[in-house]
Ligand binder design. Structure first.
Ligand code: ADP
Ligand code: MG
Length: 481
């Protein structure tokens, strides 16, 4: 009984430390808005990078013609083509191919790498059949997603800062990657213009680069894909392994922007919001320990509280403390409970959603993953409660972040007589599959904006798994439109 009391004390303390009352969420949202302003005012002005994406024309749905996209991410690259048919036809047809990069090319010269990519691209273009139609007199246009740290200088140029993910091609560093690709395409007789280089990130830790570089593509691609199908999309949020957000900002509200104002008057900002932190965030001893043991200590604090990579491990850490200090799983601490990241968020989600009367799923997971053989129903209920506490905190904080964006763009109130909708495009495995999480996020957002505004805000799942975002951006930045 004393042990149980001790275990309950740990749970209650966690609950207290993870509490996110509305007033606290409002403080978090306000802090997010303040940091957004600071990040837009100057480089290094905030922990939010608020990166200028150079995407100043999101797709409208009116695009038409044939567009290509090339996504060079890691060991594979993906090429796809889409036939766009204006608002009536939308995506008339799409095809893609995935090619793995021979390891020796990852450490060769940039010329060899880009020659290989251009040759594969040429092969793919050669398979273009009659149902794909290039408008006569037009060049093929390609959106290029390059998931490496690039210092972007315009929508269609950027200098490679350094390779990651096993690539090491010294002569490419400092070169314009689009110029390199264009040169290789010319050699291969490919008549194509690179319309959109969708990428930018400069970070110090290599590990962060890898996770964040996936997010950048996702986030801007999700925004582009969302806007293509729905003109009211103003922001995109990814909740997957990591988390990030991008939104459409008024160009004149970006003091650090030095160039000419785009004619659309708008600019997509990649917030890199995973790096947000604030004294208002409810942080526990478990979060602190997770951060200290991570590869990017002190960075991505918001991400470490809300994203799929971490939620399961936070629960594991609490269970571990309960096992050690309250012998929650018997006299011995289950050894597997001490293995970092052994409890993954999809498993946590499965336990959280367990509706069987004896919580069979919870019992099976505890046994299968953590090697804990016998658990009572009472114990299983506590495990579900832990999942709920940790997921609820994450979801409510994500909602607060979105509320911060709505405040920044003035969509947190309805103007007299205005009924215009604001749509947030959401994507990522956490949002898609962790129902308790996404439902909590949506209801919290309603709670924050209030009843009247809630009618104008729509949270929409936009699946850009096919990666047509870059092709759509090539289309909206086409020289022919
Ligand atoms: P990424 O963010 O790596 O591009 P995804 O958007 O596909 O990839 O998200 C994958 C992440 O989503 C996983 O790492 C996991 O954290 C989370 N996830 C996937 N399936 C589930 C699930 N059933 N329940 C909860 N989280 C899930
Ligand atoms: Mg993804």
């Amino acid at each position: 009984a004393a042990r149980w009391a001790k275990a309950m004390e740990i749970v209650r303390e966690l609950e207290e430390k993870c509490a996110t009352p509305t007033a606290k969420l409002r403080q978090v949202a306000d802090a997010m808005t303040v940091e957004m302003h600071a990040g837009l005012a100057s480089e290094e002005g905030s922990m939010l990078k608020m990166l200028i994406s150079y995407v100043d024309n999101l797709p409208t749905g009116d695009e038409h013609g044939l567009f290509y996209a090339l996504d060079l991410g890691g060991t594979n690259f993906r090429v796809l083509r889409v036939q766009l048919g204006r608002k009536e036809g939308r995506v008339v047809k799409q095809e893609f191919t995935e090619v793995s990069i021979p390891p020796k090319l990852m450490v060769a010269t940039s010329e060899e790498l880009f020659d290989f990519i251009a040759a594969e691209l040429a092969k793919f273009v050669a398979t273009e059949e009659n149902d794909f139609q290039l408008t006569p007199g037009r060049q093929r246009e390609l959106g290029f997603t390059f998931s490496f740290p690039v210092m972007q200088t315009s929508i269609s140029s950027g200098t490679l800062i350094r390779w990651t993910k096993g690539f090491s091609i010294d002569d490419a560093v400092g070169q314009d990657v689009v110029a390199e690709l264009t040169k290789a395409m010319e050699k291969n007789g490919l008549d194509m213009r690179v319309a959109a280089l969708v990428f930018l990130i400069i970070v110090t830790a290599m590990w962060t680069e890898i996770t964040m570089s996936m997010q950048v593509n996702d986030t801007i691609g999700t925004l582009a894909g969302g806007r293509y199908f729905n003109n009211d999309v103003s922001a995109a949020v990814i909740l997957g392994t990591g988390t990030n957000a991008a939104y459409v900002e008024r160009a004149h509200a970006i003091p650090k922007w030095q160039g000419l104002l785009p004619s659309s008057g708008e600019m997509v900002i990649n917030m890199e919001w995973g790096n947000f932190r604030s004294s208002h965030l409810p942080v526990t001893e478990y979060d602190q320990a997770l951060d200290v043991e991570s590869l990017n200590v002190g960075e991505q604090i918001f991400e470490k509280i809300i994203s799929g990579m971490y939620l399961g491990d936070i629960v594991r850490r609490v269970l571990c403390k309960m096992a050690v200090e309250a012998t929650f799983f018997g006299d011995n601490v289950p050894p597997k409970l001490q293995v970092p990241f052994i409890l993954r968020t999809p498993e946590m989600s499965a336990m959280h959603h367990d509706t069987s009367p004896d919580l069979k799923v919870v019992g099976d997971k505890l046994k299968g993953i953590l090697g804990i053989h016998y658990t009572s129903l009472k114990t299983r209920k506590v495990v579900v409660e832990l999942c709920d506490i940790v997921a609820t905190r994450g979801a409510r904080l994500a909602a607060a972040g979105i509320f911060g964006i709505l405040k920044k763009i003035g969509k947190d109130s309805v103007k007299e007589g205005e009924k215009k909708k604001t749509v947030i495009s959401m994507d990522g495995g956490l949002f898609e599959h962790y129902t308790a999480f996404s439902q909590c996020l949506e209801s919290t957002l309603k709670e924050l904006v209030g009843e009247e505004v809630a009618e104008t805000i729509i949270v929409e799942h936009a699946n850009d798994g096919s990666g047509i975002g870059a092709a759509l951006l090539a289309a909206s930045h086409s020289q022919h439109l």
